[in-house]
Ligand binder design. Structure first.
Ligand code: AKG
Length: 264
């Protein structure tokens, strides 16, 4: 591993603060990529030795409409590559190892400070199967049941991510507006807000090669379209949080620590 991929540099941090994101090209090597891709296929096809009862698994929508996507619940939903989302991947050793990447830790430390224990809010596979996929509307990544908002999501391209296959779209610097729809439970904008903030002129398509990684401020406006190509668009996305965050739901989730006291 090259030295410059070990810790966040001044330029990257400046971009994170000013633009709300930075990209690290070619961070994941081709052997690791292949292993992660195979692992995901095995999980989707029911062939992996994992505790399926512990993993949230959601099937892709048949129509491309967000409201038609499958139920988001724990457990296997059948042997198919047409999953949209698989969460709780921190319990898979291969994904956990990537989550512990030195550049991820260094960026977490820059964002949350050296004293914080850093946990995972969610570690998930986000898939747009070839010629399918679900349109993900404009949103910011925050949840009203937490007493503080997570600030960092790290999105790893496992396939080429292109405009055609539904790469993530962002509005650079939009994180500086703060919360746009604070009453929405998970940060989604109204149609009117989306039309106002995400205009054709200010949208950037985050096109990436497999192995590239984008570091996103959680308030940065983002969305993604369906996949209009024969190339799948697989990605692994991790949202890191301060372990001290309080989940006010009746049955609060126990967010596993990745960096700090009691780490997985
Ligand atoms: O992968 C995508 O299309 C969007 C993912 C996303 O919203 C996230 O990682 O927070």
């Amino acid at each position: 591993m090259e030295t410059e991929t070990q810790s966040i540099n001044c330029e990257q941090w400046q971009s994170f603060l000013e633009d709300g994101y930075f990209i690290a090209k070619g961070l994941i090597d081709s052997t690791t990529l292949k292993s992660l891709q195979n692992r995901l296929d095995d999980i989707m096809m029911g062939k992996a030795r994992v505790d399926y009862g512990r993993m949230l698994m959601q099937l892709d929508s048949e129509t491309g409409d967000y409201s038609d996507a499958g139920e988001q619940s724990k457990g296997f939903k059948g042997a198919t590559l047409n999953y949209r989302k698989i969460q709780d991947l921190e319990f898979d050793p291969m994904f956990l190892e990537l989550m512990r990447h030195p550049l991820f830790e260094s960026t977490c430390r820059q964002v949350y400070g050296n004293e914080a224990d850093i946990a995972v809010f969610r570690a998930m596979f986000m898939n747009k199967p070839a010629n399918r996929g679900t349109f993900l509307p404009w949103h910011q990544d925050r949840w009203t049941f937490l007493d503080r908002d997570p600030q960092l999501t790290i999105w790893c391209a496992l396939d080429p991510a292109t405009k055609e296959n539904g790469c993530v779209q962002i509005v650079p610097a939009s994180h500086r507006n703060g919360l746009i729809n604070p009453s929405h439970p998970s940060g989604f904008l109204t149609d009117e807000q989306a039309a106002e903030y995400a205009t054709a002129e200010n949208i950037v398509y985050v096109e990436l090669e497999p192995g590239d990684v984008v570091f996103l401020h959680n308030y940065l406006l983002h969305a993604s379209d369906v996949n209009r190509s024969s190339q799948s668009r697989r990605a692994f996305s991790i949202c890191y949080m301060d372990k001290a965050s309080v989940d006010s739901r009746e049955k609060p989730h126990d967010y596993p620590v990745i960096f700090g006291e009691g780490a997985l």
